[in-house]
Design a protein around this ligand. Structure first.
Ligand SMILES: [Zn+2]
Length: 171
């Protein structure tokens, strides 16, 4: 089932999410299935549970956007265990549609997480995957990409969003 993606302004997007403790349940499988459907319907490369209103530490990523099954990643209770290098590139977010800005992030990260069965997984990502991992793990900590921008840029975006909200164009 495609779920509604919440937009900037919803408090759940800026709150740290709660760890997942129940693994291998039908509910978790259903949630993951819904997250894939929702992300692909929105043509995104990643989605975190708070974006569909759930304060849970789970994110999904597919930098191939549905082209390559082997690129699908589910990370539960993830943590970045090492980060190196720097990369700057345009970033957007399904919860902040219409806004894209350059964001500087680590160019390579190692992530430790759990899979849907609760088993520990660890992997490294570079370039776009590293960017997506950092963006999606940020979501689980209540951090959005605009928090990485200068105060000036962030305020401009906030003001534009306020206007859209007033006009009823930010639902
Ligand atoms: Zn996002």
């Amino acid at each position: 089932m495609v779920r509604k993606i919440l937009k900037f302004g919803e408090p759940v997007l800026e709150q740290p999410a709660n760890p997942i403790t129940d693994f291998g349940t039908p509910e978790l499988q259903e949630l993951i299935g819904d997250m894939w459907e929702t992300m692909y319907a929105a043509k995104g490369v990643g989605l975190a549970a708070p974006q569909i209103g759930l304060s849970k530490r789970i994110s999904i990523i597919d930098i191939s956007v549905g082209e390559d099954e082997s690129k699908k990643i589910v990370i539960i209770n993830p943590e970045i265990t090492s980060a190196e290098g720097k990369q700057t590139g345009e970033e957007g977010c399904l919860s902040i549609p219409g806004f894209r800005e350059p964001v500087t992030r680590a160019s390579k990260v190692t992530v430790r997480a759990q899979n849907e069965r609760g088993e520990p997984i660890e992997f490294a990502g570079e370039e776009l995957l590293a960017r997506a991992l950092q963006h999606e793990i940020d979501h689980l900590n209540g951090t959005l990409f605009i928090n990485h921008l200068s105060t000036l840029k962030r305020d401009i975006i906030r003001r534009k969003i306020k206007k859209l909200q007033k006009a009823g164009e930010w639902e």
